[in-house]
Design a protein around this ligand. Structure first.
Ligand SMILES: [Zn+2]
Length: 89
Protein backbone atom coordinates (compact mmCIF):
# COMPACT_ATOMS: atom_id res chain seq x y z
CA UNK A 1 0.00 0.00 0.00
CA UNK A 2 1.30 3.41 -0.95
CA UNK A 3 1.04 5.59 2.14
CA UNK A 4 0.99 9.35 1.71
CA UNK A 5 1.32 11.00 5.14
CA UNK A 6 -1.86 12.84 6.17
CA UNK A 7 -3.54 11.94 2.87
CA UNK A 8 -4.04 8.18 3.12
CA UNK A 9 -4.36 5.67 5.91
CA UNK A 10 -1.13 4.72 7.62
CA UNK A 11 -0.06 1.33 8.94
CA UNK A 12 -1.49 2.23 12.37
CA UNK A 13 -4.87 3.05 10.79
CA UNK A 14 -4.83 -0.31 9.04
CA UNK A 15 -3.75 -2.41 12.02
CA UNK A 16 -6.12 -0.69 14.47
CA UNK A 17 -9.06 -1.43 12.14
CA UNK A 18 -8.37 -5.18 12.30
CA UNK A 19 -10.08 -7.25 14.96
CA UNK A 20 -7.15 -9.62 14.87
CA UNK A 21 -3.94 -9.54 12.92
CA UNK A 22 -3.39 -12.82 11.18
CA UNK A 23 0.22 -13.48 10.33
CA UNK A 24 0.35 -16.77 8.45
CA UNK A 25 3.62 -18.56 8.04
CA UNK A 26 5.51 -17.62 4.91
CA UNK A 27 8.03 -19.40 2.78
CA UNK A 28 11.37 -17.82 1.94
CA UNK A 29 10.34 -16.43 -1.42
CA UNK A 30 7.49 -14.32 -0.04
CA UNK A 31 9.58 -11.36 1.19
CA UNK A 32 11.25 -11.23 -2.22
CA UNK A 33 7.93 -11.13 -4.09
CA UNK A 34 6.49 -8.50 -1.78
CA UNK A 35 9.71 -6.45 -1.87
CA UNK A 36 9.69 -6.35 -5.67
CA UNK A 37 6.03 -5.32 -5.68
CA UNK A 38 6.77 -2.54 -3.16
CA UNK A 39 9.74 -1.32 -5.20
CA UNK A 40 7.57 -1.31 -8.33
CA UNK A 41 4.90 0.80 -6.62
CA UNK A 42 7.54 3.21 -5.27
CA UNK A 43 9.06 3.67 -8.74
CA UNK A 44 5.66 4.30 -10.31
CA UNK A 45 4.95 6.95 -7.67
CA UNK A 46 8.35 8.64 -8.16
CA UNK A 47 8.00 8.58 -11.95
CA UNK A 48 4.43 9.87 -11.73
CA UNK A 49 3.04 6.79 -13.47
CA UNK A 50 -0.56 6.15 -12.57
CA UNK A 51 -1.01 2.81 -10.90
CA UNK A 52 -2.81 1.44 -7.91
CA UNK A 53 -4.34 4.40 -6.04
CA UNK A 54 -2.74 5.39 -2.73
CA UNK A 55 -4.49 3.88 0.27
CA UNK A 56 -5.34 0.62 -1.48
CA UNK A 57 -3.85 -2.41 0.18
CA UNK A 58 -2.67 -5.24 -2.07
CA UNK A 59 -2.88 -8.70 -0.57
CA UNK A 60 -0.85 -11.42 -2.26
CA UNK A 61 -1.67 -15.06 -1.67
CA UNK A 62 1.40 -17.09 -2.51
CA UNK A 63 -0.46 -20.40 -2.31
CA UNK A 64 -3.10 -19.59 -4.92
CA UNK A 65 -0.97 -16.89 -6.61
CA UNK A 66 -3.77 -14.37 -6.50
CA UNK A 67 -3.94 -10.69 -5.70
CA UNK A 68 -6.71 -8.95 -3.82
CA UNK A 69 -7.21 -5.22 -3.36
CA UNK A 70 -8.97 -3.51 -0.50
CA UNK A 71 -9.29 0.17 0.38
CA UNK A 72 -8.09 1.20 3.83
CA UNK A 73 -9.80 4.24 5.30
CA UNK A 74 -7.78 6.89 7.07
CA UNK A 75 -8.76 7.40 10.71
CA UNK A 76 -8.92 11.17 11.29
CA UNK A 77 -8.31 10.54 15.01
CA UNK A 78 -5.28 8.31 14.38
CA UNK A 79 -2.38 9.16 16.75
CA UNK A 80 0.09 8.71 13.89
CA UNK A 81 -1.55 10.42 10.89
CA UNK A 82 -4.72 12.02 12.25
CA UNK A 83 -5.54 15.69 11.93
CA UNK A 84 -4.24 16.38 15.46
CA UNK A 85 -0.84 14.85 14.70
CA UNK A 86 1.80 17.22 13.29
CA UNK A 87 4.43 14.61 12.42
CA UNK A 88 5.47 14.54 8.75
CA UNK A 89 3.52 17.73 7.95
ZN1 LIG B 1 -3.09 6.58 10.67
Amino acid sequence: MLILPHKTACLYCFLSSCETVYAPPVIGTTPGVIGVMQANEALKFLLNIKGIPPGVLILWDGITVTLEKCAVERDLACPVCGDECTAFK
